[in-house]
Design a protein around this ligand. Structure first.
Ligand code: TUI
Length: 315
């Protein structure tokens, strides 16, 4: 399998098989355009946006890149129906559907030529969506930031690639060429990264958010929201510890605390009063680079490291 010219690069019309993870607030048109311009698939994270706000972001990205881009849509968004119609009206190149079962939207999007991928954390949902005609599956291990399942990338990806016929993209714990190489060895035909792109020059996240990603280690995240039915991984801080405490006695109170907490992280960088969603790969990110540096570094090093590995081991 040629990882630079495979089913994922062909499906999306991109140079490198790399997708920017759909991040609510962080995945702006500016950051997504930078990823697309550097040869990956940039993704507007529509999170809880209204269709009106998303329409502006889609129009903005079209002024910033002429390369393919994606819009990530979460099934938890109350405007999901209108958002699907908006993607069709705006003829976005790729729709990435997440956080729920998006089966009923696949046909509608594909009919107008939109490529459709879904993010899953289980084999079951992946199989159901393959039967409904999904073009690609993004398998998210529990190392991921945000809403997660409970299987690790190392186990989920080989299971998905042996089970499915459609191409699989690996997500969760990947921040550099090492995770990328491992993903290809697990049978994935692409990688998705979120946390790594928060700490980039083009990211519009508050400086505190970027710096927290740079400084945090591999054990500096926690999972909250399991009792609300939406477990989500964020950086450890006083606020998230209080959410977990509140969850034990009152799910409603915890839910209320979470309202607006992502926005506070992104806009205000409020260290003690916000949810800084991030994956465990935060512990692998130790600098703020440009998007292009992040992406070219991965694909240059893959070739170099693989060559050395084979030279040493194939004698
Ligand atoms: O969706 C994500 N990551 C997200 S969504 C998000 S917004 C949010 N904020 C606070 C709380 C909850 C969400 C932040 N990060 N990844 C894809 C993903 N999908 N992870 C897990 C799932 C999932 C889980 C259960 C998909 C389907 C599912 O069950 C549906 C079914 O029918 O099987």
């Amino acid at each position: 399998m040629n990882y630079k010219n495979n089913r994922i690069t062909k499906l999306f019309g991109i140079k490198y098989p790399l997708i920017e993870g759909g991040m609510a607030w962080v995945g702006t048109a500016k950051l997504a355009a930078a990823v697309s311009n550097a040869g990956g698939l940039g993704t507007i994270g529509s999170g809880s946006m209204t269709p009106e706000i998303l329409e502006k972001e889609i129009k903005r990205i079209k002024t910033l890149t002429d390369k393919p881009f994606a819009v990530n849509v979460i099934m938890l968004n109350p405007y999901v129906e209108e958002i699907i119609d908006l993607l069709i009206k705006e003829k976005v190149p790729v729709a990435i559907l997440a956080a729920g079962n998006p089966g009923k939207y696949i046909d509608k999007l594909k009919k107008v030529g939109i490529k459709v991928a879904a993010v899953v954390s289980s084999e079951n949902l992946a199989l159901r969506l393959e039967k409904k005609g999904i073009d690609a599956i993004i398998g998210e291990g529990m190392e991921c930031g945000g809403h997660i399942g409970d299987v690790t990338t190392m186990v989920l990806i080989p299971k998905l690639t042996e089970t499915l016929s459609v191409p699989v993209v690996a997500a969760g714990g990947i921040a550099d060429y090492r995770g990328a190489l491992a993903s290809f060895m697990l049978g994935a035909e692409g990688i998705q990264m979120g946390t790594r792109f928060v700490a980039t020059v083009e990211s519009e996240a508050h400086e505190n958010y970027k710096n927290k990603i740079v400084k945090s280690g591999i054990t500096d995240t926690l999972i909250a929201g399991a009792r609300l039915g939406h477990p989500a991984r964020s950086l450890k801080n006083k606020f998230m510890k209080n959410v977990i405490k509140a969850e034990v006695s009152s799910a409603e109170e915890a839910e209320e605390m979470m309202l607006g907490s992502l926005k506070r992280a992104f806009i205000e960088g409020d260290n003690d009063n916000a949810a800084f969603m991030a994956g465990q790969s935060t512990g692998l990110v130790s600098d703020i680079k440009t998007v292009e540096e992040v992406i070219t570094d991965i694909f240059e090093k893959i070739d170099e490291k693989l060559k050395t590995f084979l030279e040493v081991n194939l004698q």
